[in-house]
Ligand binder design. Structure first.
Ligand code: CTP
Length: 398
């Protein structure tokens, strides 16, 4: 299934590097051509000879070996692959990637490549949970870097927790998924997701109960069909999807600006639960009690309806614009009217009454409303709703 695919495999220095030899073997068994690159530290764990023998290929180790451009320059090496894989990716290499350093061959290749990059982090649990690593991971996700793992379990250093490199077969699966040519290949799709937070003052905000689960699942399903996905999310509680470009925002105003910046797109899916109002001007200092029991007067302004503004664009309107309608009463009537009012092509209507358990829950029961009428889908997992929607979108765009 990986027949003829070229993988540039960067191995950095961690105890998990020994598993990379198995990864090379399994990739080659599936027909992939593997070019290994070892960092200096990786050579403490695996030898260039073993990597070269298993890959049946030259192993690259030194930036200055490549300065003789007559052989193969680092730019060419970084681009002569279908996918760049970093396994294991140490905290150090992730930090270099996040900051754009090019201090050795591995980091230079990662900076120079124009191909997708999949990383399999491996490090001590404290290093994985360190704020600096979290910042770096968020930056890399935003850059569109794909992640697999790490797994949770006993670690070579004697501690327990997340930090173990994903197993080679899981990495092979992630590589196959990243290389898949789906029906949405070459299509650019935008997905908004999660709640927005509208500040009242520096410590308080208005929010809603959206977890971002449905929006994340839709972004994942679209990416799995090969779409280039721009995922614009408010402060959602669920993990960010892999294989997509993640743009983190807080307020509705920031979300609107991020959507404008992401255009043009072939399709836009508005799954975010955007706040309808924001404070006219949130004070820079915390609002204090006045001691007399009187309530502070909060003045609100309406947020721009992002869905409606994109659906009604005169120039550069996406081919397909999809909105959501979270209703508690007269779901289909309200959602049908909302589709016409907002000018979008499809509305996915759902009943978010508390007794349905849909908002924040794992399942969804939606009705797809289009010009053709209303089509009710049975209650199913949010991942299944996402897959069904992505397939329908592919039917329109492909
Ligand atoms: N939406 C948006 N920008 C906003 C508000 C909503 O993009 N400022 C999008 C949501 O992402 C969703 C759709 O509009 O796809 C429906 O949101 P909803 O809040 O239900 O619509 P409202 O017009 O606010 O409807 P109502 O007042 O009836 O709840």
């Amino acid at each position: 299934m990986l027949e003829g695919k070229r993988i540039l495999l960067i191995v950095s220095g961690g105890i998990a590097a020994f598993k990379s030899l198995d990864l090379i073997r399994r990739l080659r068994e599936r027909g992939a051509e593997v070019t290994p690159v070892l960092t200096r530290a990786a050579e403490q764990f695996v030898t260039p000879l073993s990597a070269s023998a298993l890959a049946a290929n030259k192993v690259y180790r030194d930036l200055f070996d490549l300065t003789d451009e007559a052989e193969m320059g680092h730019i060419e090496l970084s681009r002569a692959a279908d996918l760049v894989v970093v396994a294991p990716a140490t905290a150090n290499l992730l930090a270099k990637m996040a900051h754009g350093l090019a201090s050795d061959l591995a980091s230079t290749l990662l900076l120079a490549t124009d191909k997708r990059v999949l990383v399999a982090p491996a490090m001590n649990v404290r290093m994985w949970e360190h704020a600096a690593t979290k910042r770096n991971i968020a930056t890399l996700r935003g850059d569109g870097v794909l992640f697999i793992g790490p797994d949770e379990g006993d670690m070579a250093c004697g501690e327990y927790g997340p930090g173990r490199m994903a197993e080679p077969m899981a990495i092979v699966d992630a590589i196959s998924a990243a290389l898949m040519d789906g029906p949405l290949k070459g299509k650019r799709v935008l997905v908004t997701s999660g709640p927005t937070h509208e500040p009242i003052d520096p410590v308080r905000y208005i929010a809603n109960r959206s977890s971002g689960a449905q929006g994340s699942a839709i972004a994942r399903a679209l990416a799995a069909l090969g779409a280039e996905v721009v995922f614009i999310t408010g402060p959602a509680s669920v993990a960010r999807p892999m294989g997509v470009r993640v743009v983190e925002v807080e307020t509705a105003t920031e979300m609107a600006a991020a959507v404008d910046a992401a255009l043009p797109v072939d399709a836009a899916i508005f799954a975010a639960a955007v706040a309808d109002w924001r404070m006219v001007s949130a004070p820079a200092s915390k609002i204090k009690k006045d001691g007399k029991g009187s309530l502070p007067a909060l003045e609100f302004a309406e947020n721009r309806d992002i869905l409606a503004s994109v659906a009604q664009l005169e120039n550069g309107r996406p081919h397909l614009v999809v909105g959501f309608a979270a209703e508690t009463d007269d779901v289909i009537e309200n959602a049908t009217a909302k589709r016409l009012r907002k000018g979008c092509d499809w509305i996915l209507a759902n009943d978010v009454s508390p007794e349905t358990g849909i908002m924040g829950g794992p399942e969804n029961a939606v009705t797809l409303i289009s010009e053709a009428g209303a089509e009710s889908w049975p209650r199913m997992g949010k991942d299944q709703v996402a897959a069904k929607l992505a397939a329908k979108i592919a039917g329109v765009l492909a």
